[in-house]
Design a binder for this molecule. Structure first.
Ligand code: PNS
Length: 171
């Protein structure tokens, strides 16, 4: 049985991420969506909220009825991704690849993970219709009052609006 890890900060989980989960599940028997604990980037949603959004989205996803059984959402413990991969018995990491702009970042991480533990990274080329979507731009557009609804699953829309309202309230 093949297991892959799909790591990320998922702040928030987008339709691009959902497409990746579906495609990873078509390639592997088991997909562990590993939600990073402490993203270096300035975050918006906390870990529990990010996990809940992914779980709710998967629960609401129709299509492949085995998806929910084969996809697990787990926090990525502090420490190396390759150690987590070993712990869960994953043979590879899966990452989305949108454009050349992703190359430098992804290439160096993939090479490092291969060097550290012989763990390969499988890159899935992002669907062209979703290639403009990044969590950081979605956060920025939403914070500036733009419409991001068609880039997010319903659960992420709700969580993002709530987090922005809360942030506004706090001032
Ligand atoms: O969605 P992101 O923020 O681009 O995901 C980055 C992530 C979580 C994949 C990366 O930060 C990571 O692998 N973190 C775990 C710590 C680690 O192993 N660092 C060395 C990577 S070469």
């Amino acid at each position: 049985m093949s297991t892959v890890v799909l790591p990320g900060s998922f702040d928030p989980f987008t339709l691009g991420h959902l497409d990746l989960v579906r495609r990873a599940a078509a390639l592997a028997d088991r997909v562990i969506v590993a939600v990073s604990h402490n993203p270096a980037k300035s975050g918006l949603l906390d870990l529990d909220a990010r996990r809940a959004v992914i779980e709710e989205t998967l629960a609401a996803t129709d299509g492949d009825p085995t998806l929910r059984d084969r996809v697990e959402v787990r926090p990525l413990p502090r420490g190396l991704l390759v150690d987590f991969c070993r712990e869960v018995g994953a043979g590879a990491v899966v990452r989305g690849f949108r454009s050349q702009a992703d190359l430098a970042y992804e290439e160096s991480m993939a090479r490092m993970n291969a060097h550290l533990a012989g763990i390969d990274t499988v890159f899935l080329l992002t669907d062209a219709a979703l290639a403009h979507i990044s969590s950081s731009l979605v956060r920025e557009v939403a914070a500036l009052g733009g419409d991001v609804d068609d880039m997010l699953p319903p659960s992420a829309r709700v969580a993002l609006s709530a987090a922005l309202a809360e942030r506004e309230h706090r001032g």
